[in-house]
Design a protein around this ligand. Structure first.
Ligand code: ZN
Length: 447
């Protein structure tokens, strides 16, 4: 395999993504020494429940699930009742990993235990409930958990999102953004006012890129404020605000209040409604820098989504500078991945897509999972993750198309014509560089 020397050098220098440091939480002690009581408040019912000896089995099961989810660097825990058992699985690097199966007789006790830890009603079984757990370890580091409980036909299902609030966001250069995209991103970060949107489907670690972008600005020189739900990263000097949907104070209301505080840079966690969309766009054209996110599947979908939220296309074209679409794929374990020569058909396809970046278009080597015994990756063959990006810059021609209410395909063709590298080409290059496998990417993006 041979690729542009520049690209290879850049990648080698910048792709050393750091592990999240959850394992540090366990560095000095075994799981049995976790301070189980550290998050208990003065509620006597909670304390008495906690200390009942007959409940210790349930307590141990729940603690074990939490412990292993953190050791596995999971982003979510799913505790799912089935007709004959309860399945526990983790989402790790965007993919589900089965953890264990628990006897059905323990189903209600486990849910009750989680409800108590997250201050939810244990006698409510028919309605969805949302809560939080601050899971403290050794009294100084902690992990926040967002709990969602929804009734299913087999009982209540729990999804617990793990938020590592002590983590700093990674540096932009650590995200594996290819030079052709990095150049565009850095160019727009130097504009005076604009809106940048990041988009992705569920489970793509959206906050990582967003906060890495935000970290590019100096809080001493700028009033940087965020509206988040939930707060995941903490950047020194940045005013992080946690939105609380329970008190009916929406993103739009918060944003209206925040704009009175003369912010320079605003990060609105998510544009979900018409009012927030309009306010965010108006803020960006009145000399604010606005970062936000919209839940869509691609960069071009995002333009249509904004228009569907009844934002004036003229305002969108004045405001929007860049849309970053991202996906997450698993990174091949560097200890057990194996090289192979692809078939002529696959090689020709790859060369057809990204040949302009490749020096040697004939002798192409790809990598795949060996699927053999490997202690380094715990026989998962993938270790950590690769971000795949598509960066759309607004251009004059795209603006004209948007004002003409063009279709998504027309927008896509124009964006590529204007220089956007489609996400599919970004992933092919990452496979060519040996970061991930063709099989993994196909499972993320489809054919
Ligand atoms: Zn391995």
């Amino acid at each position: 395999m041979s690729i542009s020397d520049f690209l290879k050098k850049w990648w080698t220098t910048n792709s050393s993504t750091k592990s999240v440091k959850v394992e540090d939480l366990f560095a000095s002690s075994s799981s049995s020494s976790i301070n189980n009581k550290s998050h208990i408040d003065s509620d006597l019912n909670i304390v008495s429940y906690w200390e009942k000896p007959e409940d210790s089995e349930v307590i141990n099961i729940v603690n074990d699930i939490f412990l292993h989810s953190m050791k596995s660097k999971a982003s979510d825990i799913h505790i799912e009742p089935r007709d004959k058992s309860v399945n526990v699985r983790f989402r790790v690097d965007g993919n589900f990993v089965d953890y264990k199966t628990i006897d059905l007789s323990l189903r209600d006790s486990i849910v009750a235990r989680i409800k108590i830890m997250s201050y939810l009603r244990i006698d409510e079984h028919r309605m969805p409930q949302d809560g939080k757990i601050a899971y403290k370890l050794f009294g100084w580091k902690s992990i926040d958990m967002r709990v969602s409980i929804i009734p299913t036909i087999y009982g209540e299902k729990c999804v617990i999102r793990l938020l590592k609030k002590d983590d700093k966001p990674p540096e932009l250069k650590e995200l594996g953004i290819m030079p052709y995209n990095m150049v565009r991103i850095k160019k727009h970060l130097q504009d005076n006012y604009w809106m940048i949107l990041a988009v992705w489907p569920t489970g793509s670690w959206k906050s990582t890129t967003l906060f890495s972008l935000l970290s590019q600005f100096d809080p001493k020189e700028n009033n940087i404020s965020t509206l988040e739900d939930p707060v995941e990263y903490r950047i020194p000097g940045v005013n992080h605000t946690q939105i609380n949907p329970a008190i009916s104070f929406t993103f739009a209301k918060w944003l209206r209040s925040l704009l009175r505080q003369d912010p320079d840079i605003i990060m609105v966690w998510e544009i979900r409604d018409e009012e927030t969309a309009k306010l965010a766009v108006e803020a960006s054209i009145t000399w604010h820098i606005v970062f936000s996110t919209i839940h869509t599947n691609s960069a071009t979908h995002t333009i249509q989504r904004l228009v569907n939220l009844w934002v004036d296309p003229l305002l969108i074209s004045s405001s929007l500078r860049m849309i970053i679409s991202q996906r997450l794929a698993r990174k091949l374990c560097i200890h057990c991945k194996i090289a192979y020569k692809p078939s002529d058909k696959i090689r020709d396809y790859i060369v057809g897509k990204v040949g302009r970046y490749m020096k040697d278009k004939v002798d192409l080597t790809l990598y795949k999972a060996n699927e053999s015994w490997c202690d380094k990756c715990n026989h998962k063959w993938y270790n950590w993750r690769v971000w795949l990006y598509e960066v759309l810059e607004m251009t004059d021609k795209l603006e004209v198309l948007m004002l003409q209410n063009a279709s998504r395909i027309q927008l896509e063709i124009q964006a590529v014509w204007d220089g956007m590298i489609p996400i599919k080409e970004d992933w092919i290059l990452k496979a060519v560089l040996g970061e991930t496998s063709i099989e993994e990417i196909l499972s993320v993006l489809g054919t």
